[in-house]
Every structure is written in structure tokens, then in C-alpha cells.
Design a protein around this ligand. Structure first.
Ligand code: DGJ
Length: 723
């Protein structure tokens, strides 16, 4: 439905003219973000929470508490959103209302509040995009330098929101390589809590730029006030929460200002990354559902297209393969019903062959020894088996032992003055602040896709941080731009590729989950959530991930047992049941599977193809947390019309008794009857009502008793609404 209505367009000069509009109401179906323009012409945040339709009396209330965009030097002593060294060297900034505009089109309300410094021609435009049906608000800021000369931005946040509550609990997702997105919940006490990174690249590995802030009490899945937030930025970020002794929480989020002073010439503008928030009065799960719906519709690349099933060569072959081995893998993959074969690392480099992680990175020519007939031979073979073909690249990086490093040492991010280059995984980073390097990096993928137009999937990896801080491209005065310009350079390469190759599927990978954020997800279809493919560990990682990022974007692969990372042994069923909760794929040598296992895998893949619209497009409900001591985990997915449901239940401990193992489903039609059937099993059922009709009300209020007693067991159920 196209809804086009200009609500208010109001440009009011702040100086000398009476203000026509004193309230700016950013609103979605169920939430309101309300700003007031004070008599002093400063703009304050009045409310972010449930929708308030009737604002009568707002002008007489005095619950205003924080400036909409606090700036350094205006008397504010808490965390600030903006710090500028002006053209004349002064550091104080004092922002006043200048004008605002608002319009609604196609379910999106767009608002701009324009602020101006009291004395200098510095303008700050606050942008708000309210996705009305999804209850999501996107914010960003554009700073305009109309001063007489260059200014230096010391800090420029994407958003500054304030809250007032008796207490605050912050849920965030930290970790490390193979240990990403571990849920941590803590009470905020007076002072500043900050979630941040200074690693420049692979920035989401140790903490994700996302959080859930619950007000008054700990966040529950189905009740309580929660603000979910995610920053769309692949560079350094900082999400700061300052709680004061008046029980106020000031939240400043955006690019990490650490060592990142950014110069803006006269007439230039600076646009911050987007901060995405969703307020829920009904607990965390509603906020996740809001974000998932929003992401599939407005952010994620092709969020409305079914994702194919992948077999990736990495854990099955690592660097040791030739065309024969790959073709054998393709035979097995095709037999099981896989749709895309993806050749991972190790296919390139001749002078310095990429036979391990020590050489060849940067030399993107097919290795003639391993693959004498080239890529097209592999594509032909994949296609003859009814599959598509994809390939791995890591174009931002270079091994010192490579032709590229010999040819272009100046393209490498380096600490200058001939300082030692710090290696990570034996590799260095290319300087994406340099447009020539951007062209090269774009060219790596462009060449593959023009020379082999049938390549339909690119896995884009990045396996180090940016620690060798320094650029031979940036001028001496602009060295502090590196972190920001790197992220912008990467984004522009991604944008060019998306534009030129709209049909090619892209996966964002950075040593696993090092690039899981909503900026990359505008240009990519999915992310590799972790190098840790142990299904038990994946329960924890995927549980964290799904707080913000939808299942359709979460690549989850079935790998070999014992698991290569943890050594844990699990059944093939358990591995499938965990991987089917996301975008299912496999990552093993099919020959390693026994006949019976191939049969199981084939049936599971066939089933996944049938149910994937529910998993990839449905709403996800978290029912039992793998982080709880009970030793269970459960989720269910519900299609938009509530007709189709998938329930997944896992046990990861030994349970002497099963009394507590009751799973209450969510999101169903209470009055409808559902036919329940256990799937992915050998015919034995873990419930008493298999193939029976049960009402939505009973399933949600009384729940299903699922008989899983042993660790690393699982059960999956398909429920269909019957009229
Ligand atoms: C790290 C990735 O996370 C893995 O999946 C694999 O692609 C390796 N890099 C290859 O070097």
C-alpha cells in the first residue's frame, strides 16, 4: 500500500521568529520518540517509549531531561555526542534549533531536525527514519561545515538517546574468535559502561555493535521495557551508557572517536553511520522480531529471496585439494541435494602458491598445479551435477610472501618510519583509504565475475585487524582518518559490486563472525557466524546472533564429528537440527559420511527445502535459553499468517527427570488447531501428541512436553494450522 502524505514541512528560523512547532514527534505504530523545542530554542528529548497519540499538555510538563545532541563546551559534563575544533580554534559548540521537516511515504516517516551552532556556521542535521509497521527507528547525523575554514571533528555520534528508570540492565554480546556473540547481561551502575572496539577491521569479533537495554528490571523475552540497538558500521564503534545519580541513562552511540579526528573542509559534510533502534514494551523477543522484519524488508540484501543450500570446501579439504578431490566432493554434495558448491581458500597463487596461510594472499590467479583446467572446469562440473558454483576471496589482505606485496608495498597499511610490520595470520592489510587500492580490491571480484560469469556466490573473508596504524596515501595531517576512511572505502567497494552484480550472493566472513553488522548486511546476503561449527557451541552463538540478525542471514553448516574446533562428538541429527535453525549448509567431505548418514542428510536437506520459507521469512521466538542452567534450548518460527510453525528443541545436559522439559510455544493463533509432526527423525517420537491436533492456546499456555533426557539430543517439529 502506498501511503503518501506530507504531514508537516516546517522551516522556521530560530533567531527572532516565534516557533510554530514546539514538538517533533517521530512515531511508529507502537512507539514514540518525542522532542521538544524549549523556550531557549534548544531541542530536548522528551520521550522514547510506547506510542503516545494524544500530546495535550506536553508543553506544561517539565520532565525534559537531555539535549537531543549534547555537544562539548555547552555546559554538559556527561558523555557528549559532538566535539568539534572549529575553524578559529575554539572548541565549544552550542547547538540551537534551526528548522525541521517531516514527511511520510510508504510506511516510513522521515524527519530532519536541523541545529546550528550559536556563533559559527556549523550545522548539524539529525535524521530519523521511522519504519512505522516494524517499530524500528533509524538515526544518523550529517554535519555541515559552513565555517570559514577546515574544522576537526573529534567526535560525532550517530545517536544520543536518554532514559529515566529505577535501574538499567544491559545485554550485550561479546566473545572472541570461535566464541562470538556470547550473551552477557549486567546491571548498569553509576558511571560509564562502554561497548567498543579499536581494531579497525574484523570489528564484531570481540563484541558486537548491538545491545538490549532493559529498563527497571532484567530483560525477559516476553515482558518488560527493552530498547534494542544496532550500529550499522564496519569500523571502530563505541556504544556508551552513562548512568548518573538521578537515575538517568545517557546513551551515545556511533563511530569510536578514539584516535579518529576527522578534518572537514569548508563546504564539506560528514555523514555518520546509521544507528538502528527498536523499543518494545513486551520484552526482548518482540524487539528481535521487529528488527528481523525490518532487516528482511529494508536492510538485508535480497531479504525476500530464499537462500540456497551450500557445501563449502573449507573443513572438508582446507588447503589440500585438486580438481579431482573437489569433484568428488561435488558428487557427494549433489547426491545430498546441495544447491551451491563453494570453493574456499587455497585455489590461487603460482609463484607463491596458496598451500597454507603463509603465502599467496593477494595473487588472485588460479593455481595451475592444483587446478590445471581452471575455474570453468569446476563450474562445468558443478552445473553438470545441477549445482551452482561459488568461490572464496580475501581481497583486503596480502601475505608478505606474495607478488602483490612485492609489487605494491605502498598499498599496505603500515606504521611508517620503517617500523616492523605486525603480522596476524601471516598477513597484512591493504589500505582501503586509497582509491587505487579500492579499485584493486573491487577488481579482484570484478575479474572473477567477468571472467567466470557463472560464479553465483562470493565468500568475502577478512582475517586480521588494523593494528599497523598508518597510511602512505593519507597526508600527515589526515593520518587520523585511517580507521574511518578504511571503513568508507570498504563500503564503496561493496556498493560497486552490488550495483554491478545484483544477482551474485555475497557472504560476509571475517575469521567467522568478525563482520556481523547492518552496514555490511546492506551489501551481503548472509554472514558466517563463527568458525566454531560445534553444534553445542553454535546453539550459544546463534542464540546471541538472533537477538539482532535474522535466521535467513545466519550461515550455519553441518560439519564432521568429532568437531574440528572442540573435538566434541555429536550425532548427524543434532548437527542438522542446529544448522537448520539458520541458512543451512554443509562443510565436510561427503565421502566421510557413512551410507546411512548420507541417507539421513538427503532427507534432512529435502525437508529443509520444504520448510525454509518458515525459517528464513518467519518470526523467530526464543523459548528456552541455552544459557540457562536447565540444559535445554528451544526456539520456534512462525509464518506471517501463523499457519506454519517449526519448533526446535535441544538438550545439552543429562536430565534425570523430564518434568521441567515443557516448551511453551509463542506467536501461534490461539484459536486454531495445529497438526504436529516430528521431523528429521527415525520415526520415533519425543512427544505424546505426534501427528495429533492440538490448539494454539494449549501449545502456548500449557506447552509441549518433549522427552529429551540425554545431552546433545534434539527434536524438531513441524506444525500446520488445520481449518
Ligand atoms: C577464515 C574463515 O572464517 C573460514 O571459514 C575459512 O574461509 C578460512 N578463513 C580460510 O582461510
Amino acid at each position: 500500500m502506498i501511503r503518501l502524505l506530507i504531514i508537516v514541512v516546517c522551516f522556521v528560523c530560530a533567531i527572532g521568529v516565534p516557533l510554530k512547532a514546539e514538538v517533533v514527534h517521530v512515531e511508529t505504530q507502537n512507539t514514540s520518540l518525542i522532542f521538544q523545542i524549549g523556550k531557549n530554542k534548544k531541542v530536548y528529548q522528551f520521550h522514547y517509549g510506547s506510542h503516545i497519540g494524544n500530546l495535550t499538555g506536553i508543553d506544561k510538563m517539565n520532565s525534559i531531561f537531555n539535549e537531543v545532541y549534547p555537544s562539548f563546551g555547552n555546559g554538559e559534563s556527561n558523555e557528549v555526542a559532538l566535539m568539534v575544533t572549529h575553524a578559529d580554534g575554539t572548541m565549544a559548540t552550542d547547538l540551537y534549533y534551526n528548522s525541521h521537516s517531516q514527511e511520510v511515504a510508504e510506511g516510513i516517516q522521515s524527519t530532519v531536525i536541523r541545529l546550528k551552532d550559536d556563533k559559527l556556521d556549523l550545522f548539524v542535521n539529525l535524521h530519523f527514519k521511522a519504519y512505522m509497521r516494524e517499530d524500528v527507528i533509524e538515526q544518523w547525523v550529517v554535519v555541515e561545515n559552513n565555517e570559514r575554514n577546515t574544522i576537526a571533528l573529534q567526535q560525532v555520534a550517530s545517536s544520543a538517546l536518554g532514559f529515566k528508570a529505577e535501574s538499567y540492565y544491559l545485554t550485550h554480546f561479546n566473545g572472541s574468535h570461535s566464541h562470538e556473540m556470547r550473551l552477557t547481561e549486567e546491571r548498569l551502575v553509576n558511571g560509564v559502561k562502554s561497548i567498543e572496539t579499536k581494531r579497525g577491521v574484523r570489528t564484531t569479533e570481540y563484541d558486537n555493535p548491538s545491545f538490549m537495554l532493559s529498563l527497571k528490571e532484567k530483560a525477559a523475552e516476553d515482558n518488560g521495557e527493552v530498547i534494542a540497538g544496532a550500529l550499522a558500521w564496519s569500523g571502530n564503534y563505541k556504544l556508551a551508557f552513562e548512568v548518573d545519580d538521578q537515575e538517568r541513562c545517557q546513551m551515545i552511540t556511533g563511530i569510536n572517536p578514539f584516535a579518529s579526528t576527522y578534518h572537514l573542509e569548508k563546504g564539506e559534510m560528514f555523514k555518520t553511520p546509521r544507528m538502528i533502534t527498536s523499543y518494545s514494551a513486551n520484552g526482548k523477543n518482540q524487539a528481535s522480531v521487529n528488527l528481523h522484519r525490518w532487516a528482511r524488508k529494508y536492510n538485508l540484501r535480497d531479504g525476500d529471496k530464499i537462500r540456497p543450500i551450500v557445501l563449502n570446501s573449507w573443513e572438508g579439504a582446507y588447503f589440500s585439494f585438486d580438481a579431482k578431490r573437489l569433484k568428488e566432493m561435488m558428487d557427494g554434495a549433489a547426491e545430498m541435494g546441495v544447491e551451491i558448491f563453494v570453493l574456499d581458500d587455497g585455489w590461487f597463487g603460482n609463484k607463491y602458491p596458496r598451500n597454507n596461510a603463509r603465502a599467496g594472499l593477494g595473487d588472485w590467479q588460479v593455481n595451475k598445479k592444483k587446478l590445471p583446467k581452471g575455474i570453468d572446469d569446476l563450474i562445468d562440473y558443478a552445473e553438470s551435477k545441477g549445482m551452482q558454483f561459488g568461490i572464496w576471496v580475501e581481497p583486503e589482505m596480502v601475505n608478505p610472501k606474495s607478488e602483490l606485496a612485492e609489487k605494491h608495498p605502498e598499498w599496505i597499511v603500515q606504521r611508517m618510519n620503517d617500523r616492523k610490520k605486525l603480522l596476524e595470520r601471516n598477513q597484512l592489510l591493504l589500505d582501503l583509504s586509497n582509491p587505487k587500492v579500492q579499485d584493486f580490491v573491487f577488481g579482484v571480484v570484478d575479474d572473477i565475475l567477468t571472467n567466470h560469469p557463472r560464479v553465483s556466490y562470493i565468500k568475502w573473508d577478512a582475517n586480521r585487524h588494523l593494528e599497523n596504524f598508518g597510511s602512505t596515501y593519507l597526508s600527515n595531517e589526515r593520518q587520523s582518518h585511517l580507521w574511518i576512511d578504511y571503513a568508507k572505502g570498504l563500503e564503496s567497494v561493496f556498493a560497486r559490486l552490488k550495483e554491478k552484480y545484483p544477482e551474485v550472493i555475497m557472504q560476509a566472513c571475517a575469521s567467522g563472525g568478525g563482520r556481523v553488522e547492518y552496514d555490511a548486511l546492506q551489501y551481503t546476503h548472509e554472514f558466517w557466524a563463527s568458525d566454531n561449527t560445534d553444534p553445542y557451541e553454535r546453539l550459544l552463538i546463534q542464540w546471541g546472533t538472533n537477538h539482532f540478525y535474522p535466521a535467513i542471514a545466519t550461515a550455519a553448516h553441518v560439519t564432521k564429528s568429532p568437531n574440528h574446533q572442540t573435538g566434541r562428538q555429536t550425532s548427524l541429527k543434532f548437527r542438522f537440527d542446529v544448522a537448520m535453525a539458520g541458512r543451512l549448509g554443509m562443510e565436510l567431505r561427503p565421502d566421510d559420511l557413512e551410507k546411512e548418514q548420507v541417507k539421513f542428510a538427503k532427507a534432512a536437506i529435502e525437508k529443509y527445502k520444504e520448510i525454509r520459507p518458515i525459517i528464513q521469512f518467519g518470526d523467530l521466538y526464543r523459548l528456552l535459553s541455552p544459557y540457562d542452567a536447565d540444559g535445554y534450548a528451544a526456539i520456534n518460527y512462525v509464518s506471517a499468517d501463523k499457519s506454519d510453525v517449526i519448533l526446535m528443541v535441544y538438550s545439552h545436559k543429562h536430565h534425570r527427570r523430564v518434568e521441567r522439559n515443557v516448551v511453551r510455544l509463542q506467536g501461534l493463533d490461539r484459536d486454531a488447531n495445529y497438526l504436529i509432526e516430528e521431523i528429521n527423525n527415525d520415526g520415533r517420537s519425543h512427544i505424546s501428541v505426534n501427528k495429533q491436533l492440538v490448539s494454539g492456546g494449549l501449545l502456548m499456555d500449557r506447552g509441549l512436553k518433549v522427552n529429551l533426557r540425554k545431552p546433545l539430543q534434539s527434536a524438531v517439529f513441524q506444525l500446520k494450522k488445520v481449518n
